[in-house]
Every structure is written in structure tokens, then in C-alpha cells.
Design a protein around this ligand. Structure first.
Ligand code: FAD
Length: 310
């Protein structure tokens, strides 16, 4: 089933779960056991993130360096296949432009169709190893809007118009490279105009920021569903890591509360969970179609939040 149909047919907010493919060496049953606790909540689908290959230079015995492509994680295609066959639910693989050509993306889309996957979250991705800024691959896409256009063109060329339901990313606190939120929203609209069916946001910790963003999107003529993204903070170190990695703010109240308990791991975990639960309940009251949870390899605290909120 396509996410656009799920969204159109849902009378109340549902949880959307995002998982990260495991590092190489993790077995299929370990992966599935990590996802199994979510099945209690009958999720409508699971998002699977996509990771760009890394480049490593290794010194040879003669002193020269050789270039290696390193894949540290199991591929999202393998993870999607394992979830589909075990749990018989929809999967939403993420697809990024970084490090791949348009031809490689076309091949991936054929694989998705072959696997009966009709949902994709279309993203640009970040810069590759050693790159501060994203540089498109020669023969690749520069922006996610181009990827969305490319997927719609693929459908047309393969007599499969409307096969994919396409989601795209958005940033309530603006994307790090955008000059301002207004410009970022103009660029977000390009993705919707190119054929995106819905939007999933970056994580945020202050719902007021999300509501203001949603209002601005509506004013800009973006009328597709906007799914807010949340992540419960689970360690004190994330007070630095999350803003650094995702260019987001953590409210003063939450920062102070976590800092005051920084030496007590359980207390920090509980504060993060409570905060996320408060955000989730408030979002549901404010008519979001779904809440997207970034699990980042940790099911436990998200499962607890789902128990309380859905
Ligand atoms: P774009 O929409 O292409 O935007 C990138 C920047 O370019 C923005 O500043 C935008 O304002 C600007 N821009 C866009 N179009 C134009 C234009 N036509 N002209 C000028 N400027 C333009 N990354 C991964 O590697 N793997 C994942 O699985 C993954 N999952 C994610 C899931 C979600 C829900 C979100 C929100 C992000 C995810 N990311 C993932 C991170 C994402 O790839 C990065 O944030 C990336 O830097 C931007 O991707 P985008 O699709 O938003 O890019």
C-alpha cells in the first residue's frame, strides 16, 4: 500500500518508525529481533535509512595509496527484504543522490519495483568522505527535487505512472545550507511541485517551531501532509551531538534539566523519554497525520513512548 493512501485513509495519527541498517556482521535474526518490539503497535510501515559509501585510502607496502569503497552497513535493500518477508508490512527505503549516478538510481528503482516496494523517501544526502559540502556525482542529481523529477520520469518511461508514493525531507529550523527558512521553504515547494506526496521533518524539540513551520508551508502553498519527526534524547552527550549533526536547537529547559542530571544515566534517559512523550501527545492533539520516530538503533525508549501515546 502506498503511504499517500495510508495518509488519506487514516482518521487519527499513527506512529511511523525509522530504522538504520545495522553494521556488517549483524545477523538477519538480530536485526529482526531489534524491530520485533514495534510489531505490538501494528506499524503501517517502516522507514529504512540509506547510507552513502565511504572512501578509504590505504597505504600499500610500496608506500603508494590505494582507494577503497567501504560499505559499513548492510544494504537498505537487504534490510527491506528481511522486514517484508518476516513482518509482511510496507517498507519505505530512503534514496539519496550522494555518490551515485542517475543510472544507478534507475537500477535501484527497478529493484524496488521488483520487490513490490512502492514507497520511497527521496533525499539529496550529505557530502561524502572529506567533503564539507555536498557535491553531486558526475551524471547524478544535485537536489532532491531533481531526484523526485527523475523518479516520476522513470515511472513514465516504464509505464508505471503513480507507482511510487514519494516522501521528501524538510527542516523546521531550516536546512543548514539554506540562507533562511523562507528560501528553504521555496525549495521545499519545488520538491512538492516535482511530485512529492508528503513531507517528513527533521527532528525538533520545540513543537512551537514545528507549528510555525507548518503554517509557513501552508502560506507558501504547500498542501501535502507534513509528518513531524521526533527523537527521544537518551544520553547527556546528545546535547552536543544532535545540534552538531543535525543543525537543530535543544530548548533551554530541556538542556538545563539534562545537564543537572548528567551523571545519572537513568535520569537522563527518563527526562528524554518524558520530553518526547510530551511532544508526541501535543502533536497528536494538534492534528498531525503521523509522528515519525528516529530510533537510531535504539528501540526501547521509542517503544515506551508508543505504549503511552498510541
Ligand atoms: P534538498 O531538498 O536537495 O535540499 C538541500 C539544500 O539545497 C537545502 O538547503 C535547500 O534549501 C537547497 N535547495 C534545494 N533545492 C534547491 C534548488 N533548486 N536551488 C537552490 N537550492 C536548493 N541522509 C542520508 O544520507 N540518508 C538518509 O537515509 C536520510 N534520511 C533522512 C530522513 C529525513 C526525514 C530527513 C529530514 C533527512 C534525512 N537525511 C538522510 C539527511 C538529508 O540527506 C540531509 O539533510 C541533506 O543535507 C539534505 O537533503 P534534502 O533531501 O533535504 O536536500
Amino acid at each position: 500500500m502506498k503511504i499517500s493512501d495510508i495518509l488519506a485513509g487514516s482518521a487519527k495519527a499513527y506512529p511511523s518508525i525509522e530504522i538504520v541498517p545495522p553494521l556488517n556482521g549483524i545477523t538477519r535474526s538480530q536485526l529482526l529481533d531489534g524491530i520485533r518490539p514495534f510489531m505490538e503497535f501494528s506499524p503501517k510501515y517502516i522507514n529504512v535509512t540509506c547510507h552513502r559509501d565511504e572512501i578509504e585510502f590505504r597505504q600499500e607496502p610500496d608506500g603508494t595509496f590505494s582507494r577503497h569503497i567501504v560499505k559499513r552497513r548492510v544494504s537498505e535493500t537487504a534490510v527491506c527484504a528481511a522486514i517484508q518477508s518476516e513482518f509482511k508490512i510496507e517498507v519505505v527505503p530512503h534514496l539519496i543522490c550522494g555518490g551515485v549516478t542517475k543510472d544507478a538510481i534507475e537500477a535501484q528503482l527497478h529493484d524496488f519495483r521488483f520487490m513490490g516496494i512502492s514507497n520511497v523517501l527521496a533525499l539529496r544526502g550529505d557530502g561524502g568522505t572529506g567533503e564539507k559540502r555536498f557535491t553531486p556525482e558526475p551524471g547524478g542529481y544535485r537536489y532532491a527535487s531533481e531526484l523526485v523529477e527523475g523518479i516520476r520520469a522513470f515511472e513514465k518511461a516504464n509505464d508505471a505512472e503513480g507507482f511510487f508514493s514519494l516522501g521528501v525531507g524538510a527542516y523546521p529550523e531550516k536546512h543548514i545550507e539554506a540562507a533562511n527558512i523562507e528560501t528553504d521553504i521555496i525549495n521545499l515547494k519545488k520538491k512538492v511541485d516535482a511530485g512529492a506526496d508528503y513531507i517528513v521533518t527533521q527532528m525538533f524539540f520545540d513543537n512551537k517551531v514545528f507549528y510555525a513551520f507548518r503554517d509557513k508551508c501552508r502560506e507558501a502553498g504547500i498542501n501535502v501532509p507534513i509528518i513531524p519527526g521526533l527523537k527521544p534524547i537518551s544520553t547527556a552527550r546528545q546535547l552536543q551531538l544532535l545540534p552538531e549533526s543535525f543543525a537543530i536547537d535543544i530548548p533551554l529547559e530541556l538542556t538545563q534539566e539534562i545537564s543537572a542530571h548528567a551523571s545519572d544515566k537513568d535520569a537522563v534517559y527518563e527526562i528524554g523519554r518524558e520530553w518526547c512523550m510530551m511532544q508526541t501527545k501535543d502533536l497528536i492533539r494538534n492534528n498531525v497525520p503521523a509522528v515519525h520516530f528516529y530510533t537510531m538503533g535504539k528501540a526501547g525508549n521509542v517503544v515506551n513512548i508508543l505504549k503511552e501515546c498510541f
